[in-house]
Design a protein around this ligand. Structure first.
Ligand SMILES: O=P(O)(O)OC[C@H]1O[C@H](O)[C@H](O)[C@@H](O)[C@@H]1O
Length: 475
């Protein structure tokens, strides 16, 4: 079991009691503590946050004990908090980083650990690799010690409880034109999906004097029998509430509130790709922002079209918000996002934040005087229609390896009769066709499945391309 500890696309996740045990959490925490001490950052302390999953607080306490025992002071959240608020706390207390106990949107029987370094965004691979190497040594030594570690135990290392919700919310309110938004009061439905984001959007909307209903707002480690993932299939309750209450729109958060979900006034699900381009278009046209735009290889090319019109650089990264965060930090990106529901903007932390994304959508809904469908129609009228889709195909580990092998030499001349003009291999294999449509095939880093993404002018073409690829690869 111990060998299974691996940091995937975003941290280590495992089934509680099978892989995700107190012993293993202790080992991972020790590896992180050693890493922090090796960087000579131990004295700055570490933030420990946790969501409201089963035993999350207790696992966080285990992490704290390990940190303290290795001389690292701990800022321990006094209650379950979202991942972006944990990341925000790093900046607030200027710590060496944070450990967040969460399995995000995964099923209730899972839990996980995210390590967020001092820059307040997801850990980049060179960092998780270092931690994994230390972890391996800890596991091999069996006694949990690692001789390479150099640290002096700070006897004064102590635990301080914190609650920075007010500071975080004040920060969000400064990002949006708060006073202006008070003038056009809307009716909204908020769905934190029983997760760690309960109350945050409610507070923003209340302060605006808006009319709101917050559903699924009882902390529940079983997430009300649903998965805390704000996708089209999971947001049926939100959709019903929006329609029956005649609300302007509905917004959701995943289990640790780093992802968002939007339902328009008529119940239409506005997918993250659409949210991203609505936001980019707004920031460029209405706020006059200029700078690079970052998206993952799996995210809509509508962002490319909009960036091109304004002569802005478009950066394409592998999947994982860590790469987007890097663009926000180091490459002057003003907006970075991914199709799985991740977004952040300049001036905010380089970590995806569902609360921020929803707050920005509140701004647009309040100031634009149009519903989101109309805004999408306007953008499509200008840049052409783009429909995107993702097909998740479960498969065994053996099959996964076999298909990865096939991808190396997979180079069709055409897909659905459209000539393939580019082959991109930064993450899986992406084939771009002559008309700008594309298809990406990649193994998931968080689940045992393959993802086949496609984008084209209509939904039928998207599905046909996905089926063609699936058949050729034998998935
Ligand atoms: O497609 P996967 O490798 O499963 O990753 C999907 C997602 O996993 C995590 O949630 C990461 O934070 C995201 O940045 C990533 O997009």
């Amino acid at each position: 079991m111990r060998n299974r500890i691996k940091f995937g696309t975003d941290g280590w996740r495992g089934a509680i009691a099978r892989d995700f045990t107190f012993d293993n959490v202790n080992r991972v925490a020790a590896a992180i503590a050693i890493y922090i001490n090796q960087q000579n950052l131990g004295s700055r302390g570490v933030v420990v946050g946790y969501d409201n999953r089963f035993l999350s607080k207790e696992f966080a306490e285990e992490v704290s004990e390990v940190m303290l025992s290795r001389g690292i002071p701990v800022y321990f959240s006094e209650k379950p908090i979202p991942t972006p608020v944990t990341a925000f706390a790093i900046k607030f207390y200027r710590t060496s980083g944070a450990v967040m106990i969460t399995a995000s949107h995964n099923p209730p029987q899972h839990n996980g650990i995210k390590y967020i370094p001092e820059y307040a965004g997801p850990a980049l691979p060179y960092i998780t690799e270092s931690i994994e190497n230390i972890l391996k040594m800890i596991i091999d030594n069996k006694n949990g010690d690692y001789s390479g570690e150099k640290y002096t135990v700070n006897k004064k290392a102590s635990l301080q409880k914190f609650n920075i919700d007010n500071m975080y919310l004040e920060h969000i309110k400064k990002i949006i034109p708060f006073e202006e938004m008070k003038k056009n009061k809307l009716k909204i439905i908020i769905d934190p999906m029983h997760g760690a984001g309960i109350g945050y959007l409610r507070e923003i909307a209340e302060d605006l004097g808006w009319n709101l209903i917050e559903i699924n707002n009882r902390p529940d480690p079983l997430f009300g029998g649903n998965l805390p993932e704000p996708t089209k299939e999971r947001l049926h309750a939100l959709r019903e509430w929006v329609i029956k209450s005649n609300a302007n729109f509905g917004m959701a958060l995943d289990g640790d509130a780093d992802r968002f979900g939007i339902i328009d006034s008529d119940g239409t699900y506005i997918c993250p790709n659409e949210v991203l381009y609505i936001l980019l278009n707004y920031l460029l046209n209405k706020r006059g922002w200029r700078g690079a735009v970052a998206r993952t290889v799996a995210t809509t090319h509508m962002l490319d079209e909009i960036a091109k019109k304004h002569n802005l650089e478009l950066i394409e990264t592998p999947v994982g918000f860590k790469y987007i965060g890097e663009c926000l930090m180091k490459r002057g990106a003003i907006l970075g996002g991914e199709e799985s529901g991740g977004l952040s903007i300049k001036g905010h932390i380089p970590e995806k934040d569902g609360i921020l994304a929803n707050a920005l959508m509140m701004e647009i809904a309040s100031l634009e005087g149009k519903n989101f469908r109309e805004i999408i129609r306007d953008i499509q009228a200008q840049f052409g229609r783009k429909v995107s889709g993702r097909l998740d195909v479960r498969c065994s580990e053996e099959k996964k390896i076999e298909v990865i092998g096939k991808l190396n030499s997979f180079s069709p001349e055409a897909l659905q009769g459209k000539k393939v003009v580019r082959r991109i291999t930064i993450d899986g294999l992406k084939l771009v066709m002559e008309d700008g449509s594309w298809c990406l095939i990649r193994p998931s880093g968080t689940e045992t499945l393959f993802r086949i993404y496609a984008e084209a002018g209509d939904g039928v073409m998207v599905e046909s391309v996905q089926q063609e690829v699936k058949e050729i690869l034998g998935l």
